[in-house]
Design a protein. Structure first.
Length: 330
């Protein structure tokens, strides 16, 4: 039997109104004659203190609201008074700010080979052929070369993964490109330790491992599965090698520093990011100027959003929110 609400009361959940706070209001709402509480979205969001519409994880209730335990208490309070719950859900809203959306980061790392590629309506065959199978992100506050020259794009290694940090924006490096970072100046390491040294042999094996991963443009299911599986195996081997070999760790850390500090940085970036499914860009001439974030980073403006984002569940085109934290239908 379908439940038909008699009267609803809107609850805008957030740090100032958690699940437990809402549970404390149930008795009052019942006395008013309200039959159903009507809440804002409460899945995990991309940003703290959010309105709830920039969902970043559909599998987890929002920690700021008290998580699963607090939600169960809220639900129990409603059941005790035979009240219902309506939840505001907007399927075409997802947040991509603060690097908390695992689906989005997976798409940036793996391009069309990501299992989440179909979640976002990305035009993988745009008019500009050089952008084929890439995602164009207007996140830079200046022209690419100028940003490189100032050392604002910083290569990093975290948990066995290479990534680029641009102020508070994190962009994953395509796993196949890891081989270029690991192999840069490898002859120098071999000369220092010896070409047959176990650590050098292990590092060269990893270089080959990552270089031969299936391409991010290969969409054959078996090849996609192999790419994900073999990438994780290689990542675990890299973590183990870094832990076991101070010499290899120092060598890779030097390569990372070289990427930012060396006059050859533009050439290194061109070499290391050539096969990445992500491409960064500055706003086009005549676009609204980028705004500075609290950390000094430049964020995008709604006058130049990436085109072609559209939820598969919604036919309306998406554009970036002014906070650059979510997508909004228009």
């Amino acid at each position: 039997m379908i439940r038909v609400p008699r009267a609803t009361y809107r609850l805008q959940l957030g740090p100032g109104l958690t699940f437990d706070d809402a549970a404390a209001l149930v008795e009052y709402l019942d006395a008013l004659g309200v039959s159903d509480a009507y809440t804002s979205p409460f899945l995990e969001t991309a940003t703290e203190g959010s309105h709830g519409y920039d969902v970043a994880d559909h599998d987890r209730l929002r920690d700021e609201l008290g998580g699963e335990p607090a939600f169960q208490r809220f639900a129990a309070a409603l059941r005790a008074r035979d009240m219902g719950l309506l939840v505001d859900v907007v399927p075409n809203h997802m947040g991509i700010a603060q690097n908390r959306n695992a689906w989005w980061l997976d798409v940036l790392e793996n391009g069309p080979a990501s299992p989440h590629a179909a979640t976002f309506d990305i035009d993988w065959r745009p008019v500009k052929t050089e952008l084929t199978d890439k995602v164009l992100l207007p996140v830079l506050g200046d022209q690419y070369g100028a940003v490189l020259d100032r050392g604002e794009l910083k290569l990093g290694l975290e948990d066995g993964r290479f990534l680029v940090r641009y102020f508070d924006t994190v962009l994953p490096i395509s796993p196949r490109a890891w081989s270029r970072i690991l192999g840069h100046r490898i002859d120098g390491l071999a000369a220092s330790l010896g070409a047959e040294h176990a650590d050098v042999v292990a590092l060269k094996s990893l270089i080959t491992w990552f270089a031969t991963l299936p391409s991010h443009t290969d969409k054959d299911p078996a090849r996609v599965a192999a790419r994900r599986r073999e990438k994780e195996v290689g990542r675990e081997k890299l973590i183990a090698l870094l832990a076991a070999s101070p010499a290899v760790r120092a060598f890779i850390e030097d390569n990372i520093r070289f990427s930012t500090a060396s006059p050859a940085t533009p050439r290194a970036w061109s070499r290391w990011t050539r096969c990445s499914p992500t491409r960064r860009t500055a706003p086009p001439t005549g676009a609204s100027p980028a705004r500075r974030s609290t950390t000094g980073a430049s964020s995008t403006s709604t006058s130049w959003p990436p085109s072609g984002w559209r939820s598969r569940r919604c036919s309306r085109r998406l554009t970036a929110c002014s906070s650059a934290s979510c997508a909004r239908a228009r």
